[in-house]
Write a protein that binds this ligand. Structure first.
Ligand code: BES
Ligand code: MN
Ligand code: ZN
Length: 511
C-alpha cells in the first residue's frame, strides 16, 4: 500500500529579497552600515547615501551616541529629502575586521529588528562582494518558527496586542546591487538560504507530527518539486533487503521506520557524491532511557537528514553539476515491549554484526546501514551529517561541529564550514578505538567501555561501514543543529547547520 501524503504542519515565513541599482521610490526603512573606528561612528557612503544626506545621518548618529559596534541597531528619523520613514543603522565594528561573517550577522540582526516594517532598502556598501552575505543574512535572519496554533477564526474578537504576531509577513527587502551582473551570485545566495530554512522547518516540527512515514512524505513533496527522483523503502522492503540496524532501532515504536533515497542526475557530471544523514524523528534513548529534563529537544535528532535533504534540494535547483544520491534512514527510538535490549546482537545491511550495549547510541546503528547502502553505489565521496553525540558538545561546545574521516576531505570541509560561517573543527579518529570497538559477542560493539573521546568512537564505528576507496567525512552536529536563543542570522530552535557548508562543498566538487 502506498504511504499517505503528509504536509508540514507549520513553516517559518521568510523575507523576499531583490536587487536594485536604484533606491526604491518609497520604503519604510533604509538600512545603512556603520563603522566604529577610534571611537568615531561613521556611516558608509554608498550610491544610495552620500553628500549632505550622509552628513546628516552621521550627525544624528553622534547625537544619539550610537557606537557602531557589531550588530548594534540604531533607528533614526530619515532625512526629509529621503522618501523613507526611518534610517536603520547597523554596526559593523572596525573597518579592518570587516568580512563576510560580519556582514551576514549584521544583515541577520537587521532582519530580526525590522519585523514591524513592510518594505526595507538595504545598502551596507557599494562593493559587489556584499551581495552574497547580505542576501544570506537577511533571509536567514527573517526566519522564525510560528508554532502550531489554534484556529484564528475562533469567533473571539481579540484586542490588537493579543493577536498572533507571527501573522504579519516579514519585511520585503531591496538590496543595492546589479540584478543583471549579480544574477548568479544572488540566486546562489537566495536558494542556499532558503534551503537552510527548509531544513529548519523539518527540524522544528514536533514529533507528534513528524515520524518516519510523515517525514518521508514531507521530504518527497519538496524533493519532487525540485525535480529529484525519490525512493522510499517501507518496513517490509527494509526487512527484505536486510536493513537490520534501521529495523532494530525502529522496532520499539508503533510508527515503523523508512529509508529515503534522493537522486540528482545532471547529464555530464564528472564526480559522484553520496550524502547520508541521521533521521531519528524522536530519541527517547529506548530501553537505555534518557533523563526527562530537556528530552523535548530530541525532536531535532533528525537534523542531519534535514540538512542533507535540503542541500540536495538546493543542488537540484541550482543545477550543481555532480551526480548526487542522498540516503536518509528514518526511525523513532522508543522503549517498549518490542524494543531492542542492551546486549542484543543485530545484523547490519551488508552483513556486519553489532552488539548493542546502549540503545541510546542509536544514530550510528541506523547510519551504519545507510552508509553501507550508499557505499554500494561506489561514490567518489561520501559525506554524512548527524546529531550523533553529546560528546561533540563536551569537546567543541554548542556552536562548532566536529568533522572526522579521510584526512583531506575532513580538513577541506572544516575549512569551508568556517568560511561560510558554520563553525567546524577537524577531529582525528583515535587508534585506541580500533581496539575498543571489539567484543567477544559480535563483529563490533556500539559503545566503548569508557566515556573518553565518545565523538571519535562514534566516528570509528561509522568508518567500519564505508566502502573501500571512498573518501568520506562524518559531521557531528549535535550542538550546532539547535540554538537555545537567537543571535545574528540564527533564530531560536533549528539552525539549519550544515546546509551552507554542504552546498558550498558540492559546488566546489562540481567546478
Ligand atoms: N541524539 C543523541 C545525541 C545528542 C545529544 C544530540 C544531545 C543532540 C543533543 C544520541 O543519540 C545519543 O544519545 N548519544 C549518546 C551516545 C552514548 C550513549 C554513547 C550520548 O551522546 O550520550
Ligand atoms: Mn540517542
Ligand atoms: Zn540520537
Amino acid at each position: 500500500m502506498a504511504d499517505k501524503k503528509f504536509e508540514l504542519p507549520a513553516r517559518g515565513k521568510i523575507s523576499t529579497v531583490e536587487l536594485n541599482k536604484k533606491l526604491p521610490k518609497k520604503s519604510d526603512g533604509l538600512v545603512v552600515g556603520v563603522f566604529h573606528d577610534d571611537n568615531v561612528v561613521e556611516a558608509i557612503e554608498t550610491a544610495w547615501l552620500g553628500g549632505s544626506l550622509l552628513r546628516e545621518v552621521n550627525d544624528a548618529l553622534a547625537t544619539v551616541k550610537a557606537k557602531g559596534t557589531a550588530n548594534e541597531i540604531t533607528r533614526l528619523p530619515a532625512p526629509k529629502k529621503l522618501d523613507a520613514d526611518v534610517i536603520i543603522a547597523v554596526g559593523l565594528g572596525s573597518r579592518d575586521k570587516l568580512d563576510d561573517e560580519v556582514l551576514r550577522r549584521a544583515a541577520g540582526s537587521v532582519s530580526r529588528a525590522v519585523k514591524d516594517l513592510d518594505s526595507v532598502a538595504v545598502a551596507l556598501s557599494d562593493d559587489r562582494e556584499q551581495v552574497t552575505p547580505v542576501v544570506e543574512g537577511l533571509i536567514l535572519g527573517s526566519y522564525s518558527y510560528p508554532g502550531i496554533r489554534g484556529s484564528k477564526d475562533d469567533g473571539v474578537d481579540k484586542p490588537e496586542d493579543k493577536k498572533n504576531k507571527s501573522d504579519k509577513d516579514p519585511a520585503a527587502f531591496t538590496v543595492l546591487g546589479d540584478p543583471k551582473k549579480d544574477a548568479e551570485i544572488f540566486r546562489f545566495a537566495q536558494v542556499g538560504a532558503e534551503s537552510v530554512c527548509l531544513a529548519r522547518d523539518f527540524v522544528n516540527v514536533p514529533s507528534s507530527h513528524k515520524f518516519p512515514e510523515s517525514y518521508a512524505s514531507f521530504i518527497r513533496g519538496f524533493a519532487e518539486d525540485a525535480g529529484l527522483k525519490v525512493e522510499v523503502l517501507d518496513e517490509k522492503q527494509l526487512e527484505k533487503e536486510g536493513f537490520g540496524g534501521i529495523l532494530a532501532v525502529g522496532q520499539g515504536s508503533v510508527r515503523p521506520p523508512r529509508l529515503v533515497r534522493l537522486h540528482h542526475r545532471p547529464r555530464k557530471a564528472k564526480k559522484k557524491v553520496a550524502l547520508v544523514g541521521k533521521g531519528i524523528t524522536f530519541d527517547t534513548g529506548g530501553i537505555s532511557l534518557k533523563p526527562g529534563a530537556g528530552m523535548g529537544d530530541m525532536i531535532m535528532d533528525m537534523g542531519g537528514s534535514a540538512a542533507v535533504v535540503a542541500a540536495t534540494v538546493a543542488a537540484a535547483k541550482l543545477d550543481i553539476n555532480v551526480e548526487l544520491t542522498t540516503t536518509v534512514p528514518l526511525a523513532e527510538n522508543m522503549p517498549s515491549g518490542n524494543a531492542i535490549r542492551p546486549g542484543d546482537v543485530i545484523t547490519h545491511y551488508g552483513g556486519i554484526t553489532s552488539e548493542i550495549l546502549n540503545t541510546d547510541a542509536e544514530g550510528r546503528i541506523v547510519l551504519a546501514d545507510a552508509i553501507a547502502r550508499a557505499s554500494e553505489d561506489k561514490p567518489d565521496y561520501l559525506v554524512e551529517a548527524a546529531t550523533l553525540t553529546g560528546h561533540q558538545m563536551l569537546a567543541l561546545g554548542k556552536q562548532t561541529y566536529g568533522v572526522m574521516g579521510s584526512d583531506e576531505l575532513r580538513d577541506r570541509i572544516a575549512e569551508l564550514g568556517r568560511t561560510v560561517g558554520e563553525k567546524a573543527w577537524a577531529m582525528a579518529l583515535l587508534e585506541e578505538h580500533a581496539e575498543a570497538i571489539k567484543t567477544p559477542a559480535a563483529d563490533i560493539r556500539n559503545i566503548s567501555e569508557d566515556r573518553w573521546g565518545g565523538m571519535q568512537f562514534a566516528g570509528t564505528y561509522l568508518s567500519q561501514f564505508v566502502g573501500a576507496g571512498i573518501e568520506w567525512a562524518h559531521l557531528d552536529i549535535a550542538g550546532p543543529a539547535w540554538a537555545a536563543s537567537a543571535s545574528g542570522y540564527t533564530a531560536k530552535r533549528a539552525t539549519g547547520v550544515p546546509v551552507r557548508t554542504l552546498v558550498a562543498w558540492l559546488n566546489e566538487v562540481a567546478s
